[in-house]
Design a protein around this ligand. Sequence first.
Ligand code: SF4
Length: 267
Amino acid sequence: MLYARCPGDCSKCPYRNLPLVYRIASRRRGESLGINLYPGRKVCSFDCLYCFRGPTAVKTLSPFDPGYPAPGDLERALELALGDSAGVRSIDFSGNGEPTLHPRLAELARVVRAAAERHGLAASVGVFTNSSTLGERRVVEALRLFDHVEAKLDTADPAKFEALNRPAAGLKLGQVVESLKRFRREYGGTLAVQVMLVDAGPLSNASPEDAEALASALSGVEPDEVHVYTVYRPPWAGGVSKPERDRFEEFARVLERSGFRVKAYYE
Ligand code: SF4
């Protein structure tokens, strides 16, 4: 669903007809409005094999602002979307890449809060992040404005992290885990860690040993919840598939036995 069209009619505009705000029935967040800060091309610090959005166009760890949407663009799109907000439980920054790379994230979060308030909508405001930027003060301060942070950690194995998430040069798994731990200590909202389980030829992050190692890494993070899921839209890379259901369920059970509150989404 497209809510975002700019009222102008510039036929050469590269952002024409691209969605900024869309409505989605999220498995994890219920009926939601999604906000896409990178409608033109995918901007991310990862290039995950399983990403359904295609290969990363701009792979970076540095703040990146394509110039659109500016806060006023987002405000206009939200006004359209919130005109029909019956049933909406959450408003989440997600979309085409990594929202925490946007240098105006805090300002944009305030735009969302103000718009929801104007429309009397008591929705949870959240963000889906790949956790790569949680060591940055700018990002931590912006994320304090959110009720819910959904932070990715697919594996505790550095080699699998490199092969599966394909991070921007210089980012190491150890840094990501340490940043998550520090972030948890500073962040008072709901922190859910999201874990995507896949098989990709000889590569898999879905064994019981992977689950034990992840549980050990997460013991220092203490998330409120762990969300385990698997591919549900076609990955851009060939040969990436769901693990069998029994392996998936065993992975979730290992985390539960380690004391985490787990929600598992196989379908
Ligand atoms: S972190 Fe998210 S948006 Fe970025 S490549 Fe991975 S799945 Fe795609």
